[in-house]
Design a protein around this ligand. Structure first.
Ligand SMILES: [Zn+2]
Length: 296
């Protein structure tokens, strides 16, 4: 799986590069805070739960990395690179050519006749441009978090992009002097892709995975490390356990004689250790949190 991991690394690099640009250049995107984890683990059964002054948070990018790790196959490099284009670049999808044009012919007219400009570097924008260029493609939503209904740090969006006919794209990055541009090309092969995004409003693409088959909602929900609906609280001292779900940090006991408690009433918040004082009065222990991976 060498190719896959190279795709991930490169994709991340570009996304982060892209993101810095977006943050400095666009106020519309300012709500997208940088993920705390620049290099989320590629696998793992439970994503880390972070205790903040505002509540308990499961890092959205880490949960998306778990989906990537489970489903990605090689071959997403070109499409990931297209998604990571600088927002100032002009990207076009070239119409299918009857034969490879000579290098001279390809450089002669930029963009070539019939090329369709990609108006938006979202899955829907790329699918629309590909279709307009005569290449069969379709996009549909596989997963969308309801805002506030999970513990994910940002709402997550997973779209399936089906590319029936592969295509080439042409990208023109304007030069700083304003004359000409740097031209790059990529070839996107036909197949199924997952576009994994997170964020409010206009979510930012974090990973692009080529996949064998589009996973069902249930398969996503049971992917280890993806679930962010439920958090389990455990006190190692008194061995009591509680769960909270639906984004509300109200913990119900797993045993009948236990007590219910809410994070807002928890004592001695340890923002470094990610623990709180055990709500059981006689217990001197501290409660830690895990995301319930693998459970829908
Ligand atoms: Zn305890």
């Amino acid at each position: 799986m060498r190719g896959t991991s190279a795709t991930l690394r490169r994709s991340q690099h570009h996304v982060f590069h892209n993101r810095r640009w977006l943050r400095s250049a666009s106020t519309k995107r300012k709500g997208n805070a940088l993920s705390s984890q620049a290099n989320p683990p590629r696998s793992g059964n439970t994503p880390p739960v972070t205790l903040t002054a505002h509540g308990l948070v499961v890092d959205a990018a880490t949960t998306l990395a778990a989906v990537y790790a489970r489903f990605a196959i090689a071959g997403a490099f070109a499409l990931a690179d297209l998604f990571a284009s600088d927002p100032g670049a002009n990207c076009y999808i070239e119409p299918p050519a009857p034969a490879d044009p000579s290098p001279e012919a390809r450089e002669a007219v930029i963009p070539p006749p019939g090329a369709v400009r990609i108006a938006s570097l979202a899955a829907s924008g790329i699918a629309a441009a590909a279709t307009a260029a005569g290449c069969d493609s379709a996009v549909h939503r596989v997963w969308a978090d309801r805002i506030g209904a999970t513990f994910a740090s940002e709402p997550r969006l997973i779209e399936a992009l089906r590319i029936g006919t592969g295509w080439r794209y042409l990208r023109i990055n304007p030069t700083r002097t304003g004359t000409g541009g740097l031209i790059t090309r990529g070839e996107v092969v036909s197949g199924n892709y997952l576009v994994l995004s997170a964020g409010l409003g206009d979510p930012l693409v974090r990973f692009v995975a080529r996949i064998e088959q589009i996973p069902t909602r249930d398969l996503l929900a049971t992917t280890p490390g993806f679930a962010a609906e439920t958090i389990t609280a455990t006190c190692p001292r008194c061995r009591r356990q509680w769960t909270a779900s639906g984004g509300r940090p109200v913990f119900t006991p797993s045993s009948h004689d236990g007590i219910e408690w809410g994070l807002d009433s928890a004592g001695d918040l340890g923002l470094v250790t990610n623990t709180v004082a055990c709500p059981v009065e006689v217990c001197p222990g501290r409660v830690g949190f895990t995301a319930a991976g693998g459970q829908a």
